[in-house]
Design a protein around this ligand. Structure first.
Ligand code: FES
Length: 115
């Protein structure tokens, strides 16, 4: 039986086999998640937030050590967290894209002030 992973804010959903990492599920869904270490739990760049009701396999010691307490905040490493059922994942915006969107929002506010 397949598991279902939905990535937010896009809302894109992909079906994967249980045990698939969130990083592999994201790649199948064509959702970019930044990595530098190639999925070895070394770079800490693939942090995502999982919604509390998400069904993931128990966190492994290696990932728990890397997160050093953040796992209680529903933060997981996408390269280590494995799907067990239905999962909802919040993917942070790429920093460059986030900066561009903030700049565009500021520009729009300034344009509104002129009218
Ligand atoms: S990809 Fe580097 S820690 Fe997950």
């Amino acid at each position: 039986m397949n598991s279902e992973v939905t990535f937010w804010p896009s809302g894109r959903t992909v079906k994967v086999k249980p045990g698939t990492t969130l990083l592999d599920a994201a790649r199948r869904a064509n959702i970019p998640i930044r990595t530098r270490c190639g999925g070895k739990a070394a770079c800490f760049m693939c942090k995502v937030t999982v919604r509390p009701e998400s069904e993931l396999q128990p966190i492994a010691d290696n990932e728990r050590r890397k997160l050093s307490g953040l796992d209680g905040c529903h933060i997981r490493l996408a390269c280590q967290a494995r799907v067990a059922g239905k999962v909802d994942v919040e993917v942070p915006l790429d920093p460059l894209r986030a900066a561009v969107e903030r700049q565009l929002a500021r520009q729009a506010e300034q344009d509104d002030d002129l009218w």
